[in-house]
Every structure is written in structure tokens, then in C-alpha cells.
Write a protein that binds this ligand. Sequence first.
Ligand code: ACM
Length: 375
Amino acid sequence: MPTTSEPWKVGVLFSRSGFLALIEETQYRGTMVAIDEINQAGGVNGREIVACHYDPASDNQLFRAHSRRLLAEDGVRTIFGCYASSSRKAVLPIVERLNGLLWYPTLYEGFEYSPNIIYTGAAPNQNSVALCEYLAETYGNRFYFIGSDYIYPRESNRIMRDLIGSRGGEVVGEMYVSLKARREEFLPIMRDVRRIQPDVIFSTVVGEPTVYLYQAFHDFGLSSKTTPIASLTTTEAEIKAMGFDVGEGHITAAPYFEGIEGERNEAFVRRYKQRYGEDEHTNMCVEAAYFQVHLFKSALELADSMDPDMLRPIVLGSSFDAPQGEVSINPACSHANVWSRIGKADRLGRFRIMAQSKAQVVADPFLTGFVQKPA
Ligand code: ACM
């Protein structure tokens, strides 16, 4: 029998190397800030949380191998992890077979449900719907899609195509680059953008190549005032990496931006900077990684057990006063009800909030509430 002082061991699977480290490192940090905060306040039922971290190095095979090792060998039942949808898809059958609980803090393309996953990033009805409306009304409805070549961009573009179509708009270009694209891959695309002159570029490029996309746009003399790049994934972290002048004027839809006003977020940002440095910024991925650990902690306190079959019913329907505002887990689909916001990057790398929901938006990952108008 374990002694009562034995720590609660959790798995942490975010890449600290490879082309996704730019954003996954921030999710790792958000997780650790929350774990430290909980431990400093006495842990959970008197027991500390201890993180068992492996670096999957932006490689889906390693995500698969490490999740198996955590669940089958290390005695872990809960894993906080994954950014790319392809890594979540790699881990999903393993957490299902070994009955673990994966907490996934990333926006994604929706249309998925697993009883072994709690989804705490935005689903398309919480970001794409508001983004499409804002872009069409502000800039026009001729969209050009540029994405990394994997499931999240392909599926998000399918959804965005439907949303634009229902407003009478059109997709005037659709290009994909490799996940490890360098600057050169974006040059012919920028030539095409200059020729076609869309109203908006919708980017589903992720990780380090995001930097090269925005820099290529900037180098081609294109203007964010007339043809902004709009994204669901470009956060304060990518803007810092590309240069504030390069990011200025571009648009992102997210539940959270660092500049959200209010004591709750200000305290969170202060703690993050105290730990990682004044020049480091929070973002939507840090925040989701942070609040999901707190949701886990509250459920663990009641269950006093890491068994997913005991934790899960407590997690469903639970809520937390997060830096973005109150969030809750929708019991119908295991996805978080989160806020919907549109931000425009300024010349200091901060997002100015251009529009936001009045409250949390109920997660609808299968877009059952979206009825496409006939053409
Ligand atoms: C993503 O792949 N869900 C960003």
C-alpha cells in the first residue's frame, strides 16, 4: 500500500526540441507553473504532484512510445500533453487501450471524441466561426489558405471553406507546405498571393515555419492593413520569434491573450514572468496547459485517486476561474467551454482585443449548431 505522503505522479509530454518546441515549450512551462503553485499550497490531500517528463522532440513516433512507457511502465494514469493533432491521434489509441487520461491543451479541428481525453483548447465553433465573421466584415471574403501539410490544417480549411461559402465568399487559393518548411517554400506562394490579391490569408501553418511565412509576407512588401494573415495558432510566442514589426497588424482568434485585463490574469502573467523572465510571454497554449492542471487538481482532491474512471465523472461539468475568465468542461463532449476572442498584433508584440464573446462559448466540436446555408 502506498503511504499517504507518496507523491501523485503525472506524465508530461510536450516537445522541448524540434520544430514544435517554439510553442510546446510554453505548454510545458504552463503545466509546471500550475504544478508548482499547487505544491506550494500543500499539494493535493497533503501529497505533492510530481511530473514525469519525456521530450518527444516533435516526433509522433516518440509521442506514441513515451505515452506507452508512461502508462505501461512508469505507473502514470494522467498525461498532460500534445500540441499537434497528429501527435494526439498517435497517443489516442494508447490512452484508450491502457485506460489513461490525456489532457490536451491545444486548439484543434474538432470532430473527435474519446472518453480518455479532456480537450481544453478551442474547437472550431469557439474560434473559426468568430474569425470568419470578423475577417469577412472587416477585410472582405476572398480567402487564400496556407497550411502545414497534416490533419489540423486540412480539416480546419475544410471547415473554413464551409463557413466562407455560407457567407457568399470564396477560397481563391489553397497551398500546403511541409511541417519543417524553410523560408524558400513560402516564396512561390507569396508570388501567387501577390498575383491573386486575396482579402485575407488564412494560415494554418504551425511551429517554426510560422516565422518563415510571416517573414516572407513582410519581405514581399505585402501589407497586413489590406491583406492580413489570420490564424488560430499564431500566438505571442510565434510573434516574438518572427519579430514584432513582422507580426504587426496580423490577426489571431483565441480564447486567451496575454493582455486580458483583470487581476486573475495579471497575477498569472506576473508569476509566469517571475519564473521565466520579463521578456517571456504567456499565450493561449500556456494558459490552457495551466488551467487544465487546476481542473485536474480539483477532481483529484475529491476522488483521492488517479483512476480515470473515478476522476472523469468529477471532471465533467467542473469549472475553474481561469486567466481567460471562467471555463468549464462540457459533460456532453469532454471539451472545455472557453471564451472566443479576436486579437490584432501591435508593434510591441501584444494582441489588441478587437472582439470577444460575452461569456464562455459552449463547446460544439462536431459543429452541430452550424447549419450551412444552401448555395
Ligand atoms: C493542432 O494541430 N491542433 C494545432
